[in-house]
Design a protein around this ligand. Structure first.
Ligand SMILES: [Zn+2]
Length: 435
């Protein structure tokens, strides 16, 4: 089968039939070519419909870490690119892409950009990393090329340099992580440049969710929207699956590309949950030659929407990522993800930085301490107790839990953020199960 560019507007039943065919094809291909899956698949299962996928075994990140090259289905010298996961947990995983996989990656992103209304007339500033084995920069670049749009391959250089290029080259769109967009706009404010009058019409945001579960903009999303008149689009990519889900102009979830990926949402026991119910996102890749994946656990929590979108597309969507499965906290019976607490902290005046620590209490239950770094309490513009109360009340009002709050100096919080010589700050420190 080849890429089906109009698949997202086909009848839902027809999509299911196509996906069942693609699944059959993938399972057979893996059985024949992947040393890892050859061991896992004792005999080719009978697949009559896409739902039969639930009978197949799960693949985990650990599997990839332990037997990384056992997943490879083509000779190594046939690979066009090797990328790696960022490795937030455990060892890096390498993903090899064959030539056709590069086409698939470009097709995926071309569709994502076209969902934002982008056309060959657009010119995008790519303000994300293009090297260091990252897949995203390359994916967006090739997607824009396939669409026929123009690209300014900038990378995450200083906000000042981005502003210079926005001024001189007049791009119509920009691709960046939300926090970097905010940094660019803050620099513009400092330099008295009114970006609302700039050429930018579209902001494609990667890496962090900008919507709440009801699709309204979260704190990060609101910050971006407040700064700009350009329209923001959220995307969510999975390196291992060489795929991205993306928002259309309705902003009601992230569309999948049915001929490239199949998404399932599973509960803790591994059962499929109903549409709209939160569970772990598990993906199966279609039409990959290098390292296809069967039912890969992403570790990300979200929900699925199978109905037709207001934009008319019938491709299944996922909601925003609400947190990592491993970071799920159960506080007095309420399920909370650190991301939800972070979103609240971002909004509170006087909060310079923060770290959320979880530990197991004497009662064997999860407990949380939110350590807030603030300078304002030092120069007595704000009383420590008032800030503490504000943090506590905001968290309680929004997620119905009352964590312990500590107000500290920003440099003290900084130390915890980089504990153990980390290169990237870790805003959630999980000390559960450790004494
Ligand atoms: Zn849509």
């Amino acid at each position: 089968m080849d890429f089906i560019s109009d698949i997202d507007r086909k009848d839902i039943k027809d999509i299911s039939v196509i996906q069942a065919e693609l699944l059959k094809e993938t399972v057979f291909y893996l059985y024949k070519n992947s040393p890892f899956y050859r061991k896992k698949i004792a005999r080719i299962p009978s697949i009559k419909c896409i739902e039969d996928i639930s009978g197949l075994s799960i693949t985990t990140k650990e599997d990839l870490q332990i037997d990384n090259w056992g997943f490879l289905c083509v000779p190594k010298n046939n690979l066009s690119e090797i990328v790696a996961t960022t490795g937030t947990t455990g060892a890096h995983v390498f993903i090899g892409l064959a030539k056709k996989d590069m086409d698939r990656l470009a097709e995926n992103e071309k569709r994502c950009f076209s969902y934002t209304g982008a056309t060959p007339d657009d010119l995008f500033l790519l303000s994300i990393t293009m090297d260091n084995l990252f897949i995203a920069g390359m994916a967006y670049y090739s997607g824009l090329q396939r669409l026929g749009a123009g690209v300014i391959r900038m990378g995450p250089h200083t906000p000042k340099r981005q502003l210079e290029l926005i001024h001189s080259l007049k791009p119509t769109g920009i691709v960046a992580v939300p926090s970097f967009i905010i940094a660019i706009y803050k620099q513009a404010e400092k330099d008295r440049i009114d970006l609302k009058k700039s050429s930018l019409k579209k902001i494609v945001l990667i890496g962090e969710a900008i919507r709440n579960a009801d699709f309204s903009s979260n704190t990060l999303g609101k910050m971006v929207e407040k700064l700009s008149t350009a329209e923001s689009y959220s995307t969510y990519g999975i390196t291992e699956a060489q795929v991205a889900f993306c928002e259309c102009q309705c902003h009601k979830g992230l569309h999948s590309h049915p001929d490239l990926v199949y998404a399932e949402i599973l509960d803790d026991a591994g059962n499929t949950v109903k549409d709209g119910e939160i569970g772990e996102l598990v993906v199966t890749t279609f039409q990959i030659e290098g390292m296809p994946l069967l039912r890969y656990r992403t570790g990300d929590m979200t929900f699925k929407i199978s109905d037709r979108c207001d934009c008319g597309r019938t491709s299944a969507r996922i909601g925003p990522i609400i947190g990592r499965k491993a970071q799920k906290l159960k506080i007095k019976g309420t399920t909370v993800y650190p991301k939800a607490i972070e979103n609240i902290l971002l909004e509170i005046d006087g909060v310079e930085n923060y770290v959320i620590e979880a530990y197991t209490g004497d009662d064997q239950a999860d407990h949380v301490i939110v350590k807030v770094g603030s300078l304002k309490t030092q120069d007595s513009r704000l009383k420590t107790q008032d800030l503490k109360d504000a943090v506590c009340e905001n968290i309680k009002a929004k997620i119905r839990v009352t964590p312990q709050i500590e107000i500290m100096l920003p440099q003290e919080v900084e130390k915890i953020l980089y504990e153990g010589g980390r290169r990237k700050p870790m805003t959630f420190v999980d000390r559960r199960g450790k004494s």
